[in-house]
Ligand binder design. Structure first.
Ligand code: RUQ
Ligand code: CUA
Length: 694
């Protein structure tokens, strides 16, 4: 991939130079072109650059990120959509948004949560008892892996705000499952998958009052609040989570933070950072200090090291309890079984990232200018030698800091998250410095002649970077070409669109890991605040072009409600009306639905097309119903018509020349009509709907 990227790049440069020499493009007209600086009017490439005020660097950057019309990006980014509750799909290097996937928030274009039954069921599954959520704060997506490499089958994303997770099928890029994770109110650590997608991990952000469902004052934080680390079992056929085979490990009431999966040498382990080991709980108007101050006292918080493989065996042996439908291992048991250890991490840590070799775990310190790099082999030795510096208030052994640290690198102010290339480099985001710092890991993985554990170079970004990502950066074999900085603030980078500014994704060229890093492009993201993203090689994705005829997209199997053209029918049984409808360019059959006020309508619509992109929408006026019925798909609706009237329905996708004509009527006859002059409502005979229907 890297090679072909280089070939494309080199040939693009060649074309540019050729263009400059030959002045080609002159065929488009040899005039002076536009004088308004708008560009595009004139022939010679240098003229275009001059007119638009582009420097040679700008021109090179344009070529580095340009993907010609009709060509595909070599990479696809699966990005969190932040508090939009959605997931974004973005091409790299063009940074073109390909799709916004409806996940936790209803999405009308995709007909997600607007009457279509299977999507409404998915959204409803995410509601814990007594809740009715229609948003989420999506943070960290995880693409499924085989052998530690992305395999392009499924993606997972968690809801920071509500302790939930969702699964997206990367065949149709649609959400198939939302799980309200038991015993967890908020979430942060994860999502990450284990190297063969055995589990997808999610841990709590803030601890919750335990047992779940109980009340406790935060004055009793240490006694009554707990966090959890959840290992959600992935069904290898569907990619969905099987709650009954999943398990949780109880954690102390610290704020568990970013987390990552071990791989290769560290396979079978997971790592979760934390802050607020002070167990502060706020109270700044009650004579206490704010949470922020209380949680920043200690010089060290704890990286949690979890042996999930051993925990899995413990659960299989029947050792776990049950807590709200999930296998549950309490702290005491986890300690006794050697499943849980703590490792000191300096000053308000953030980020916990395992390098491609699986040996190094890199932690940033929000209030410390260093990244701290732990060695998994040393961690194993310290555990074997019981090299502990004590235990925390919950009896969890704390490994001695000096025995497990491989190195520290001073990288700059506010290090958060680290990504990797294949050359033994880490790239860490510096929130306070608004920069990305590149550093080296241990000598066993450094493939250059740079010093191990040293700062290589830094590049400025704009501004306040949170996460960053390299292509295939969470796998055992990252690529060395692209890095994207996910900046929280854009300040002055875009035309003002009011006081709420977009986030800014900046594409950086890594030059094969050999640097110097070069800023290539800015992309505004005006859809919530994305946190993490992953970038996968596009050729690992196998998105389908069409559904097989009559598919239920919820299960990817044949729908029992599918019909072929000519099989349309209407059946009435008392006040229950069931309609099997087809959609094709450019009509619905039937195109009149005759109902009586109070009827319950079950409507099944099959899109009988098998032409790529021939999607039909379905919207009914005044009913909050919007469906997207892709070729081959069957969509189902059920609702009671409680208002009389003649309601127009139509195809919401511009599908054909006669798309505007692709419409019909839902006629809901009143059950009673008040005649003019009547003083009281009197029932008036209406034509029985059956007579119309059959
Ligand atoms: S965490 S930057 Cu979820 Cu760093 Cu967002
Ligand atoms: Cu079908 Cu427009």
């Amino acid at each position: 991939m890297l090679k072909s990227h280089r070939v494309v790049f080199v040939s693009a440069i060649a074309v540019l130079l050729l263009g400059l020499v030959l002045g080609f493009g002159a065929a488009c007209g040899d005039d002076d072109g536009g004088t308004d600086g708008g560009g595009g009017g004139s022939g010679d490439l240098q003229d275009i650059a001059d007119e638009r005020g582009l420097t040679p660097d700008d021109m090179r950057h344009a070529l580095q990120s340009f993907v010609p019309p009709g060509s595909y990006d070599p990479y696809v980014m699966i990005a969190s959509g932040g508090h939009s509750g959605q997931v974004l799909v973005i091409g790299v290097p063009s940074m073109r948004i390909l799709k916004v996937i409806g996940v936790f928030t209803p999405e009308p274009w995709q007909g997600y949560g607007y009457g279509d039954l299977y999507t409404e069921e998915i959204l409803a599954e995410g509601n814990r008892e007594g809740t009715d959520l229609s948003w989420a704060d999506t943070h960290h997506p995880a693409i499924s892996e085989t052998g530690g490499d992305y395999d392009g089958r499924w993606a997972y994303i968690q809801d920071r705000a509500n302790g939930r997770m969702a699964m997206i099928d990367l065949r149709d890029f649609e959400t198939k499952q939302i799980v309200a994770v038991p015993n967890m109110q908020t979430s942060h650590g994860g999502m990450f998958v284990t190297p063969d997608s055995e589990y997808v991990h999610i841990s709590s952000k803030f601890p919750m009052a335990f047992p779940p469902g109980s009340y406790s004052d935060v004055a009793d934080y240490q006694e009554n609040f707990r966090g959890v680390s959840s290992w959600m079992k992935i069904d290898q056929e569907t990619g969905q989570v099987d709650l009954a085979s999943s398990f949780q490990i109880e954690l102390p009431p610290y704020s568990q933070d970013l987390a990552d999966s071990g791989k290769l040498v560290s396979a079978g382990w997971g790592f979760i950072g934390s802050f607020n080991t002070e167990m502060a709980s706020g109270g700044n108007m009650e004579g206490g200090e704010s949470l922020e101050a209380g949680a920043s006292q200690n010089n060290f918080d704890f990286l949690h090291a979890i042996n999930w493989k051993a925990a899995e065996e413990f659960v299989a042996s029947g050792g776990a309890e049950q807590l709200n439908g999930i296998n549950f291992i309490d702290i005491e048991t986890a300690v006794a079984e050697g499943l849980l250890y703590l490792i000191p991490e300096p000053k308000s840590p953030h980020g916990a990232d395992v390098d491609p070799s699986g040996r190094y775990i890199v932690v940033g310190g929000k209030l410390d200018p260093h990244v701290t790099i732990y060695d998994f082999n040393l961690i194993q030795e310290a555990i074997a030698n019981e090299d502990f510096e004590g235990e925390d208030p919950f009896g969890i052994p704390i490994l001695s800091f000096d025995s497990v640290v491989a190195g520290q690198v001073e990288v700059g102010a506010g290090p958060l998250h680290t990504q990797f290339d294949s050359q033994g480099h880490g790239y860490v985001s510096l929130f306070l410095a608004s920069a990305v710092a590149k550093f080296t890991l241990g000598e066993d993985v450094v493939k250059t002649d740079e010093e191990p554990f040293s700062l290589v170079e830094t590049i400025q970004v704009h501004y306040n970077i949170g996460h960053l990502v390299t292509a295939e950066g969470d796998t055992v074999s990252p690529d060395d070409n692209y890095l994207v900085a996910l900046n929280k603030w854009s300040i002055d980078r875009y035309a003002p669109v009011g006081p709420l500014h977009p986030q800014n994704f900046q594409l950086i060229d890594l030059k094969g890991g050999n640097g110097p890093m070069e800023l290539v492009s800015d992309t505004p993201i005006g859809i919530g605040e994305p946190h993490y993203v992953q970038i996968i090689k596009a050729d690992k994705l196998h998105g389908i072009e069409l559904y097989e005829p009559g598919t239920d997209p919820g299960t990817f199997t044949a729908s029992e409600f599918a019909i072929a053209a000519g099989e349309e029918r209407v059946e009435r049984d008392g006040s229950n009306v069931e309609v099997w409808m087809t959609a094709t360019r450019s009509h619905f059959t039937p195109d009149i639905l005759r109902l009586r006020q109070g009827d319950t309508l079950k409507l099944h619509i099959t899109n009988v097309e098998q032409t790529r992109d021939a999607t039909h929408g379905f919207g009914i006026a005044d009913h909050n119903i919007s469906a997207s019925i892709e070729p081959g798909e069957v969509a189902n609706f059920e609702f009671t018509v409680d208002r009389a009237g003649a309601f127009n329905f139509y195809c919401t996708e511009f599908c054909s020349a006669l798309h505007l004509e692709m419409a019909g009527w839902m006629l809901v006859e009143p059950t009673s009509v008040t005649a003019v002059g009547d003083t009281a409502a009197a029932p008036v005979a209406v034509v029985p709907a059956e007579e119309h229907l059959h």
